[in-house]
Design a protein around this ligand. Structure first.
Ligand code: ZN
Length: 194
């Protein structure tokens, strides 16, 4: 489990944390866990997500088990700094759907002394690094990779396998469209071994 550094609030500096992994790996739950603890400590918290992610609720970060906290949907990463006042902690969910400018935005916020916690898919359904996540992983101080359980064999899963035939990169949907698979089962499904 991720444990925050002991922070001397007098000397508080910003940094970036990334929580990545496949679908069904608990990324949003982990983001919510960290943000709720900061809120309990009376820190000013704000959460953003791309306006594209409208699966459940435009105004809430919703994890799959309906453990939710309020968030602000924004059309582009450039909107995020404009909406910040004196927040100490910023959460960004479904970060893979943001534009590449998110990397610069997160780094500027961290440089201003803000704790930035980013959650997102590290790979798309084809197993390719997804949007701004790779560059965020490179520039973050702390990286947590969480795993789902492979539905075929029970090993740790790192792939979000799309069960339906559709080559759109952004296809919003849940259990009916995707399943978590391990490397081996994903490569069999994708025909890499055959
Ligand atoms: Zn497997």
């Amino acid at each position: 489990m991720f444990l925050e550094n002991t922070i001397n609030s007098e000397n508080r500096k910003g940094w970036i944390e990334v929580i990545c992994g496949s679908m069904f790996s608990g990324k949003t739950e982990e983001l919510i866990r960290r943000l709720k603890r900061a809120k309990i400590a009376q820190q000013k918290v704000e959460i953003f997500k791309p306006a594209i992610d409208i699966r459940y609720d435009m105004e809430a970060v919703v994890s799959h088990d309906s453990n939710q906290i309020h968030s602000t949907p924004v059309p582009a990463s450039a909107n995020i700094p404009l909406l910040i006042n004196d927040e100490q902690v910023i959460g960004i969910d479904e970060a893979q759907f943001f534009d590449m400018e998110l990397v610069g935005v997160c780094n500027r916020l961290a440089n201003q002394g803000i704790r930035v916690i980013v959650a997102g898919l590290d790979m798309d359904y084809r197993g390719k690094p997804f949007g701004p996540i790779p560059a965020l992983l490179a520039t973050a101080e702390y990286v947590t990779k969480v795993h789902a359980i492979c539905v075929k064999c029970g090993n740790l899963a790192n792939h979000s396998h799309r069960k339906t035939i559709n080559d759109k990169l952004v296809m919003l949907g849940e259990t009916e469209s995707y399943e978590p698979l391990c490397r081996n089962c994903f490569s069999i499904e994708e025909g890499y071994n055959g």
